[in-house]
Design a protein around this ligand. Structure first.
Ligand SMILES: *Cc1c(COP(=O)(O)O)cnc(C)c1O
Length: 425
């Protein structure tokens, strides 16, 4: 039996049955179909309100806002940590809101990467995001080690995905720390974090993950899996806004450890204002903060995370999988033979929050999509990422996006643009 054709009526039906549909109107998206929430999530009314509250607190309380604000600034990073913990399967004290992915990586590598004897290498992969690689290389150099022979980058067999078995093959007593993405930023492949963590621990390796493309998109069980540390940003699936403050997780077994990079916000909060020159660091993940928190870039998260608390990450994941499945089914139905290749894993358990399309003319197609008010994401040289977001993308939006893409391809509307990237892509 062949599957019945997908029609506008059938996707409208999906929207009617969708329990998350009511959240769409809480997000600002006037005249476009936004498929780039995996790079910068949209503003919600609640995030806006939380930011306004912090501004009002500043107006009203000035310095007293640190303790008297509606959301006291002194405790905001811890509060956001508590709100984030359920998204990654962590205990509240294992999580803190602070820094950016890259600065948090530096902090946690400075804390956990201690080359000793033979155990001097960092295990990573060749598909990782450049900033993570730069951080790892500079950490090696900081220790006087040459990245050419101390940074192991596991090869991809097909240019899009990694094999856990190939990663595990590289684990030996030379490796001190492993750092991998939870979800690959181009192909959207979900790595088996549990399996990798178990294998690494058998080899005495400390395990870190970069959750940039999984936090807010799918559930994790970091504590249960025993992952040692993790970092993430919040401006992607967590909708905190441009430059929103990131976060980190440190497994409870390491709490109490001194931060590699210390500052006064690493302090035990009761002692911080003693102004001692001897740091008494917090015995929670709060110890891995450095300086004064960026309150105005943190506040939106309080509102945004409220939405995740209400819905629960399981339901977010459930809808996200349906959206990406529909997108792929529609590609088959409407766009076969037009040069697109799906490069993300097809199975649900292996697929993150976006669909990855490869096309020779990806750059010009993305320009044509933007002209038609569809906002995709281009990754050089030939990748189009489309991320329908559970909170604010409807099934009908996905249908419209595919019809727009079909119209562009059939009428060669993209041919009027140069097939090269812009300054930000
Ligand atoms: C988005 C992203 C980053 C960005 O790092 P920042 O320090 O937040 O700018 C780093 N790594 C990965 C894998 C990303 O997807």
């Amino acid at each position: 039996m062949t599957k019945p054709a997908i029609t506008r009526d059938s996707v409208k039906q999906l929207d009617q049955e969708d329990s998350m549909q009511k959240y769409k109107k809480e997000f600002y998206q006037e005249n476009f179909h936004y498929m780039d929430g995996n790079s910068l999530g949209l503003l919600s009314q609640r995030a806006e309100k939380a930011l306004t509250t912090s501004l009002e607190d500043w107006k009203e309380h000035a310095i007293e806002g640190w303790t008297e604000a509606e959301e006291p600034w002194f405790y905001m990073s811890e509060k956001i940590g508590r709100m984030t913990a359920p998204l990654i399967g962590a205990e509240a004290e294992e999580v803190i809101s602070t820094g950016s992915i890259t600065s948090n990586l530096h902090q946690l590598l400075a804390t956990f990467y201690k080359p000793i004897g033979k155990r001097t290498k960092i295990l990573a992969d060749e598909l990782n995001f450049p900033s993570d690689i730069y951080a790892m290389k500079s950490q090696l150099e900081w220790h006087g080690l040459n990245p050419d022979d101390h940074l192991i980058r596991v090869k991809s067999e097909d240019g899009s995905s990694l094999s856990e078995d190939n990663i595990i093959k590289e684990m030996d007593e030379d490796v001190a720390v492993l750092l991998l993405p939870s979800v690959l930023y181009r192909s959207g492949q979900v790595l088996d974090m549990k399996k990798i963590t178990e294998a690494a621990h058998e080899h005495g390796i400390i395990v870190g993950f970069d959750l940039a493309h999984s936090i807010g998109a799918l559930p994790h069980e970091l504590n249960e899996w025993g992952v040692d540390f993790a970092v993430w940003c919040t401006y992607k699936y967590l909708n905190s806004g441009p430059g929103g403050v990131g976060g980190l997780y440190v497994n409870e077994k390491h709490l109490g450890k001194a931060p590699g990079l210390a500052g006064w916000f690493s302090s035990n909060k009761d002692k911080q204002f003693d102004m001692s020159h001897d740091l008494m660091h917090a015995d929670t993940a709060g110890a891995f903060q450095i300086g004064t928190p960026h309150i105005l870039s943190s506040a939106p998260l309080i509102g945004s995370l409220e939405l995740f608390q209400e819905v629960g990450i399981e339901e977010v994941r459930n809808k996200s999988l349906k959206l990406t499945r529909l997108l792929m089914d529609l590609l088959h139905q409407e766009l076969s033979g037009l040069g697109f290749q799906i490069a993300n894993p097809l199975q649900d358990e292996r697929r993150g929050g976006h669909v990855c399309l490869i096309h020779e003319e990806a750059a010009s197609i993305c320009k044509a999509l933007k002209k038609e008010n569809v906002i995709p994401d281009f990754r050089s040289p030939n990748v189009i990422r489309l991320a329908p977001i559970a909170f604010y993308t409807s099934f009908e939006d996905v249908y419209d996006v595919i019809l727009t893409l079909k119209d562009i391809m059939e009428n060669e509307k993209h041919k009027q643009y140069k097939n090269e990237r812009g300054i930000i892509a």
